[in-house]
Write a protein that binds this ligand. Sequence first.
Ligand code: PLP
Length: 311
Amino acid sequence: MPVSININGVITAAEDAKISVFDHGLLFGDSVYETLRTYNGKPFLFSRHFARLEHSAGGIDLQLPWTRSQTMDEIRRTLLSVGPTDRISSVHRFAASSEPAGPPPPPSVECRIRLLITRGIGEVSADTETCTDPAAIIIVVPLIAPPARIYSDGVDVVVSSVCRSGRFADIKTGSLIHQVIARREANAKGAYEAIMLTGEDKLSDGITSNIYMVRDGKLLTPARGAAIVEGITRRVVLDLAREMGLDVVEGFFDIADIARADEMFLTSTTREVVPIARVEGAPVGSGKPGPVTLMLFEAYRSAIDRLAGED
Ligand code: PLP
């Protein structure tokens, strides 16, 4: 299975990939990132991910070291240089860590790509002026396909005690302690995901996903102002929903709205469209994946080939 690491254009095996302890990405979480995946070995919707990376970098005033086309070239080079995985079982475990416990699914040939830009090496001080050059890191690991049962049965989700809010909510920075704590809470309750709320108790995102409800045939999802990250998958799914004639409402919703939902699902790059069966143990609608969710799941899968033609 494929694994490869690229640090500032130098491709190495995982055990040889090293960054400085003075990198501000490590010291302060001062970095931005994207998670991409491949279909048929090709990075999916790269330009959309790069545009979001630019947005994130702009949000923390970080200069990206590579242009869009350099970044694409480096990702391609890294994908091409993948090697055997028996050397990097710890990386493999990391890739699978957000999946629920159970027998490992069969390996897939597809890859998960983490593209990370850090502020680079500086002093042990939050002063970014001490940093010279940003560092670019690409981590390619096998994409562990989610177990088929999450799509057939739906997943359990809880509501996190951790809030998403503030001016950095819509950008993807390496300061991810909120997600880490929410993940720990979800694990402790045996849940697949956790819904996070805004400071005003409105529904926001999952830990690394966007959240949707279906009510009376309408598709409801937290608006951009609800401290969400605008998911690349979200944009595709909302476009597909509108093409199908569904009413899409991007708005501000309360926890109480969950009890009124007929269906719920979540989306992310690596998991696509995942039905939510229960929230905090209470069934959503029938407690089974609903017809609108399944329709969007199918539409998303069918759109992949067309979208894979995009740069
Ligand atoms: N919301 C948050 C907070 C995320 O971190 C992510 C992805 O990591 C998403 C939503 C889903 O985004 P995408 O569909 O681009 O994977």
